[in-house]
Design a protein around this ligand. Structure first.
Ligand code: 3PG
Length: 429
């Protein structure tokens, strides 16, 4: 047991039906129906191998989100094919989550079999909007359709979805009310590494924050500055632009319009407050790049022409950031420095990742875009730790107990025994 949560060493899985929640939410290429990245799927393979090698009847629950917030959920069928390839054994897929077809398929499983259910978010109670509006307690989540239908078929619940540990949803927090529970190997590892890092980071500790999910970045920035974890925060992407705007600097009308249109205008006030408290620790860009007629053009801050949309940090900024990264003992990165998907505006991100590759510091990256950049620039082996979580990691850094951690602690106190019985879920086993 670690952190008050059972590990796989504490539970018996042989011949047991195990519900295992994983996070294999990956960018999907809608045209081909294939996954653009498989990092998260690869990361949960050790847990799945261990469970299946020990003879569990393994039922996998997972969500697949979309690029556009929480709309347009996509099937998990392509994920089953990737899992089969990585595990070297057939992974069954059923286009049902907790209906009769899924339940029959679960009952038919034999030791060592693996079945992936369809996207749990096809069940409305599992959706984030439902989560934020209804605010169901974990006890109430145990009474939702998903849990009522599946829990009676299972002996054990395992969560290996650290990347979704900030979500308060039935597939993540409901089963632990009823079933003996444990965390998987990936969850355990991510929990340990990040806790250790945050408790005692070697100094100087530098955070590099960029990317498009800027409300997350602002939350992280205030957390690590308030908690004294970060000595320096290097800012890029929209994060840097919002801070410069907050500081009264001219980032150009197109950038201001974009920030307003995306609904991030309120973060300018947030930026002012952060600068008033931590000005010396928050480093802002001094130059930028835009794409003009398909080519990269750089501008110093204060000399951005009207109409130019800046999409990357400039060379002087990236060089200063490289020096800071190379002089640090711990570096934490969340988000790229600009639109790194396009050649004219990827230099800032490339330069940061180059420095991450050769610094002697302990380097941690988190979040989908950062993982993609790490792959793109061939730095996977050079980064000390790649965390699958973006939003979860940020919430973790705030110091609040994550909903799934709380639920797993509850489920870890439930003893494993032959038959479990909880009246209100004994509906359709
Ligand atoms: C993530 O990508 O951060 C996790 O998979 C959680 O996904 P969500 O933000 O769609 O809940």
């Amino acid at each position: 047991m670690r952190f008050g949560i059972n590990t796989l060493d504490d539970v018996a899985v042989t011949d047991k039906t195990v519900l295992c929640r994983i996070d294999i939410n990956q960018p999907v290429d809608r045209k081909t129906g294939t996954l653009k990245d498989t990092t998260r799927i690869e990361a949960c393979i050790p847990t799945l191998k261990e469970l299946t090698n020990k003879g569990a009847k393994l039922v996998l629950l997972a969500h697949q989100g979309s690029d556009i917030e929480y709309k347009n959920f996509y099937t998990t069928e392509p994920h089953a094919a990737v899992l089969s390839r990585l595990l070297g054994k057939a992974v069954g897929f059923i286009d049902d989550v907790c209906g009769p077809a899924a339940r029959e398929a679960i009952k038919a499983l034999k030791s060592g079999d693996i079945l992936l259910l369809d996207n749990v978010r096809f069940v409305s109670e599992e959706q984030t909007l439902f989560e934020t509006t209804l605010l169901l307690s974990h006890e109430e989540q145990a009474k939702t359709l998903l849990v009522r239908k599946l829990a009676p078929l299972a002996d054990l619940y395992i969560c290996d979805a650290f990347a979704a540990a900030h979500r308060d949803q039935p597939s993540l927090c409901g089963f632990e009310q009823l079933l003996p529970s444990a965390m998987g190997r990936l969850f355990e590892e991510e929990f340990c590494v990040i806790s250790g890092l945050m408790e005692k980071p070697e100094r100087p500790c530098v955070f590099v924050l960029g990317g498009a999910k800027i409300s997350d970045a602002f939350l992280m920035m205030s957390t690590v500055l308030r908690g004294g974890i970060a000595d320096t925060v290097l800012t890029g992407g929209l994060v840097g632009e919002v801070l410069l705007w907050a500081d009264g600097k001219d980032i150009g009308e197109p950038a201001r319009a974009f920030i307003t249109k995306e609904g991030y205008g309120s973060l300018v006030e947030n930026g002012k407050e952060l600068l008033s408290k931590y000005r010396d620790k928050i480093v802002r860009p001094v130059d930028f790049a835009a794409k003009v007629d398909g080519a990269r053009v750089e501008y110093q801050l204060g000399k951005i022409p009207a109409g130019a949309l800046v999409l990357d940090i400039g060379t002087a900024t990236a060089t200063a950031y490289q020096n800071s990264i190379r002089g640090a003992k711990t570096v934490f990165v969340n988000g790229p420095m600009g639109v790194f998907e396009e050649a004219p505006t990827e230099q800032g991100t490339t330069m940061i990742w180059d420095a991450l590759g050769d610094t002697a510091a302990y380097t941690v990256i988190g979040g989908g875009d950062s993982i993609t950049a790490t792959r793109k620039y061939g730095k996977t082996r050079d980064i000390s730790y790649i965390c699958t979580g973006g939003g979860a990691l940020i919430r973790f850094l705030t110091g609040e107990e994550l909903p799934v951690v709380k639920a797993l602690r509850h489920g870890s106190a439930i003893k494993q025994k032959g038959n479990y019985s909880v009246d209100h879920v004994r509906v359709t086993a």
